[in-house]
Design a protein around this ligand. Structure first.
Ligand SMILES: Cc1cc2nc3c(=O)[nH]c(=O)nc-3n(C[C@H](O)[C@H](O)[C@H](O)COP(=O)(O)OP(=O)(O)OC[C@H]3O[C@@H](n4cnc5c(N)ncnc54)[C@H](O)[C@@H]3O)c2cc1C
Length: 488
């Protein structure tokens, strides 16, 4: 049985941020992630917005961690090599009643320490955003966008480089506290550790219930999105949000530019019974388009290229208004177990600040000594598509695999696919390629490149074709061959 100082359950953005923070210290850390890669749940399926902190009440953990996290993002992204863009956001009011709400949001924001908030009239908005009509808007310059899965991967891969162990496809099945340590039973064996971090997202209650009786409930709330083709990216420059709906504790259907140049419409807010029900539905697609058109009437109906959904981990039911604060706390019943509960939006923004807080909590149990050899590695250098022609030629001269395009939609080369498959986490699913280099993320959704990626996995990584998976442990792409491949 292997012993660790700290075990983290969950390789989402929260678990990965904590892992990276802890990798700065002389600690033996392990992360258990049941998916085939990190960011396999909510951390890859959200709006990718770096929130400013205007939406959570003063004094709440959500407000504190959001504002602190927002301020850390620029240096975080520069160090770790994931992208951010400070596009700003407009919260638009369509009528007099809604303008009052803008005043309220501005006051909350100022109290929370958000800089640069300004209420501007509809004419000024029209100047900046010709496709948006409103009476007034709250301009929020400190709101930005990022790629949530790249951020999570960058954090996790940097943690690995600094000695953290990530155990993928490893589901925590049971927990026991024996004397001063935990015994963690997983599908890959039993592990022992001193401190336990529950960063299991929407499954946080299941983890707590393995060791004590939870005194809270999780109310999963699904948010569906539509992704629009890149041809429509210039419909807006900044993010456009409605005044938040009064109930549900969500921000409402907004239109958001993405780092990759698409537009996102959503998310919906639907309280559901099953934590794992990530369906996208025809009914919701129609609703999303209708609601998005209220803020951006020129949206074309035929521009949708994809849909996805993420599950909010809500600690308050719809009947109770849907809003509850984050809980970042050590269990009273089970000392040395730190629970991260109800980390819904703005959890992505808050992740860097939450990770610092958790390290502080850990320091009460274990003396944290900084490592001398801590290093940072940039997750993303320039993609082939982003290089100048001269740079591209230079790369091809060095290695001809840079000259072979595997994904035609996103212009991803064989060299980039190989780089993605050589990741330090050891993630080798089709999705782990997709989220690292974008092969398969374009218009044809992998119709062209999947076969080429499979060949690369087989021939250059010696993977058995029957073991190749889409993402999760049971998502095998193939079930045997219909005939053997003959050598030429
Ligand atoms: C629709 C929607 C929109 C959002 N938009 C934004 C936004 O724009 N900006 C923002 O700041 N925040 C946003 N959020 C919130 C943000 O996405 C979350 O707060 C954040 O991703 C939570 O990360 P996490 O690591 O806690 O959870 P997750 O990403 O869900 O990670 C938890 C991990 O734990 C693993 N796990 C669970 N149980 C086990 C087990 N037994 N054994 C091993 N592994 C286990 C899961 O596989 C999962 O990978 C949004 C959320 C949603 C749903």
């Amino acid at each position: 049985m292997k012993n660790f100082h700290v075990a983290i359950i969950g390789g989402g953005v929260i678990g990965s941020a904590i892992a990276w923070e802890l990798s700065k210290y002389k600690l033996n850390v392990i992360v258990f992630e049941m998916g085939g890669d990190v960011a396999s749940a909510t951390s890859k399926a959200n709006s990718g917005v770096i929130h400013s902190g205007i939406n959570s009440p003063y004094g709440s953990l959500k407000a504190r961690f959001c504002v602190e996290g927002n301020k850390m993002f620029q240096s975080f992204s520069e160090k770790l090599g994931f992208p951010v863009k400070w596009v700003g956001k407009y919260v638009i009011a369509k009528n007099k009643d809604e303008t009052k709400e803008l005043e309220r949001l501005k006051k909350v924001g100022i109290k929370n320490g958000v800089a640069g908030l300004e209420i501007i009239d509809g004419f000024e908005v029209k100047n900046k955003e010709p496709n948006v009509s409103c009476l007034e808007a709250l301009w929020v310059p400190t709101a930005g966008i990022t790629l949530p899965y790249e951020m999570t991967i960058a954090l996790a891969e940097n943690a690995v480089i600094n000695g953290v162990n990530f155990s993928l496809e490893t589901r925590v099945i049971n927990l026991k506290k024996e004397n001063d340590s935990f015994s963690i039973e997983t599908n890959k064996g039993t592990f022992r550790n001193d401190l336990l971090i529950n960063a299991a997202g929407v499954n946080c209650r299941d983890i707590v219930s393995m060791i004590e009786e939870p005194e809270f409930n999780v109310y999963p709330c699904r948010g569906e999105y539509l992704v629009l083709d890149k041809n429509y990216h210039n419909l807006i420059n900044a993010m456009i949000y409605p005044v938040p709906p009064k109930k549900q504790g969500v921000l409402g259907v907004h239109v958001t530019p993405t780092i990759e140049g698409n537009l996102l419409l959503g998310p919906s807010a639907e309280f559901i019974d099953d934590l794992a029900d990530k369906r996208t539905t025809k009914k919701m697609m129609k609703t999303l388009m209708k609601e998005a058109k209220v803020i951006l009437p020129n949206l074309p109906d035929n521009a949708v290229i994809n849909a996805y959904s993420g599950i909010r981990c809500k600690l308050a039911s719809l009947e109770d208004g849907g809003w509850a604060d984050f809980r970042v706390e050590e269990s009273k019943q089970t000392p040395a177990m730190i629970n991260l509960l109800g980390i819904e939006s703005p959890g992505l923004t808050a992740a860097p600040a939450i990770a610092k807080e958790v390290a502080k909590m850990i320091s009460k149990h274990i003396k944290l000594e900084t490592k001398n050899n801590f290093k940072t590695w940039k997750f993303r250098e320039k993609r082939f598509q982003e290089m100048t022609q001269k740079e591209q030629s230079k790369m091809i001269e060095k290695d001809e695999r840079w000259g072979r395009i595997v994904c035609r939609c996103e212009h991803v080369t064989e060299a980039e696919v190989i780089e993605a498959l050589s990741n330090s986490l050891g993630a080798k699913t089709l999705s782990s390629v997709r989220y690292r280099c974008r092969a398969g993320m374009g218009r044809c959704k992998g119709g062209f490149c999947t076969q080429h990626i499979v060949r690369i996995m087989e021939n250059q990584f010696n993977m058995d074709v029957n073991d190749i998976k889409l993402n999760s442990p049971f998502s095998n792409l193939f079930h045997g061959r219909t005939r053997e491949v003959e050598d030429d």
